[in-house]
Design a protein around this ligand. Sequence first.
Ligand code: PNS
Length: 162
Amino acid sequence: MHRIAVVPGSFDPITLGHLDVIGRAAALFDELHVLVVHNPSKSALLPIAQRVALIEQSVTRAQLAGDIRVTSWTVGLLVDYCTDVGATVLVKGIRSQVDVAYETPMAIVNHDLAGVETIFMLPSPEHAHVSSSLVRQVAALGGNIAPYVPPAVADYLRSRDQ
Ligand code: PNS
């Protein structure tokens, strides 16, 4: 059986923690879709197309193994995308109990809606404090985000802000 999984998120921007989870998940599935989803409860730093481009560049530069496809989904439910492409599993990175509390209701609802399973994956502990919102804040205030994001993101934000 050809197993397809989806790693969904805002990815605004992709962080080293995300990239770690993407690499680990890609090793477990035949096909992995990294899906940029608009989250209306968050104010965006980057347009969705730019987030997709930065994920593609980051995956390429990190030379991650596996069949990794990057795309976006802005209409309808996340599970509708899964059904459309034949994906049966969602993979979510979990840094702490706070993430478990945030993700658990979504996992239950996504299973109720379409039978899609959610797998919680632990990133390396060195990434446990990294979040896109922290990166957005440090970048907005002129700090160095290079330790938290793939080089493609650091390069892009540096060139954009010059
Ligand atoms: O990176 P984020 O912002 O924590 O990702 C959250 C995301 C985009 C995965 C979540 O908001 C989501 O799944 N949105 C899709 C809309 C949806 O299907 N909602 C109902 C079931 S949870």
